[in-house]
Ligand binder design. Sequence first.
Ligand code: NAD
Length: 498
Amino acid sequence: MDQRTTLHSLPQAPREFGFWLDGAWEGGRPLFERASPGHGVAVTLTPKCTVADLDAAVAAARRAFEDRGWAGLSGAERAAVLLRAAEILRRRRDEIAYWEVLENGKPIAQARGEIDHCIACFEVGAGAARLLHGDSFNSLGDGLFGMVLREPVGVVGLITPWNFPFLILCERVPFILASGCTMVVKPSEVTSATSLMLGEVLAEAGLPKGVYNVVTGSGRTIGQALTEHPDVDMLSFTGSTGVGRSVVHAAADSNFKKLGLELGGKNPIIVFADADLEDAADGAAFGISFNTGQCCVSSSRLIVDRRVAAEFEAILAAKMKRIVVGDPLDEATQVGAITTDAQNQTILSYIDKGKAEGAKVLTGGAAIELGRGSYIAPTLFSGVTPDMAIARDEIFGPVLSSFTFNTTDEAIRLANDTVYGLAASVWSKNIDTALTVSRRVRAGRFWVNCIMAGGPEMPLGGFKQSGWGREAGVYGVEEYTQVKSVHVEIGKRSHWIK
Ligand code: NAD
């Protein structure tokens, strides 16, 4: 069997992983068996680590930070490691995409595209490592000179979710490394394989031992212990707003570690009557169906100009019906499986709530039976009112709720009528409208006549209850630094004691 065939069929037996500690695999722990959400077949076995394993990983990361073997390198030397990692990822792209698909259920073609984005993250991180710099104050008078240094914050804990296991990892790891920090990663227990594989990639790229460690296990044990750990200087958490809140409490109750939080979203897509409606409908269909709507930035609230609402909903429903939902290992699939049974139940229960609350299903509205795995048809609800659960809650599935507006002010008010502020999109050919809406809707990422566009040069993060801080790009590297003011006296001191 050639590699292409192998990477399009299920493994004969689940692949067993160790965890990644101080530059090497560690084994001998009880194992967690993960079944492919698209097929219901066991695909991986990953360790259920103990809190003692976590302590060992934090100790390794601390040693690697304090010995200056990474933080003490020049930006150019760190960049060289990141660029070598990008090359190795290019070589192992199809293999990493395959394991991502098996654990997550996303389509294989999409997964390969995501690995390409991850490669770009390492390349941008390499550039940022060389460009990271501080500031100086030449304005303090002839007797004093001020320098502002950026120093790596230290040992970082990184907790990631299951929806984009490798992509979210790579939107953080290269930037954490660029800053000179070391880290302990705790991936979601159901999608740990590719975070573990990155350990091997980074070791081959020449990353010193102990700089990147991965401890697998449940959120309740390993995740919680990492957030409470007194020797972790910063924690970057990506996941639900509920767990994000508990992370804030844990940081406050332990050592006031610095926090970066990327949480939920209920993101608006606003369509004006003067938009290219075919383009906007394609964007709306993509925005809610990509990754089965299991994206923090999924555009799940359609806010459409009343004058074109019926026409637009008809175009959109027709497009959503044509989306190819199917086996994640099939090249033609556009939307794969729902990643966990619990998430599948959550999405179906919201579809039932929407129907019960009186919203009208224009397309979808049910599970798709493919004989194995969990699949849900991309769903469009019309006639949604702002008080309905499907209008307010993050469903994290392919369920789009449509509202109408009469004026630009009303569109902006509806867009901002949420506790979240992660992302938003506006579709209009009028520059005044597009810019006014972009400036007044409170969201960390904004798309004009496009959706989910961008690259790792641009910062990611949320307003309001969608989180704190920014990841990626130069902003992302700065997030993992502390700022230090250094004051230098020039010449003879003017004495205090006369
Ligand atoms: P989750 O919050 O349940 O889990 C996220 C991670 O936290 C997992 O690794 C989990 O094991 C760990 N965890 C669970 N309980 C913990 C605890 N008490 N202490 C520490 N860690 C704990 O989220 P999920 O179900 O994996 O992912 C879906 C959620 O993530 C959605 O709400 C989505 O919006 C959000 N998300 C946000 C972004 C973003 O960038 N803003 C990206 C992806 C997902």
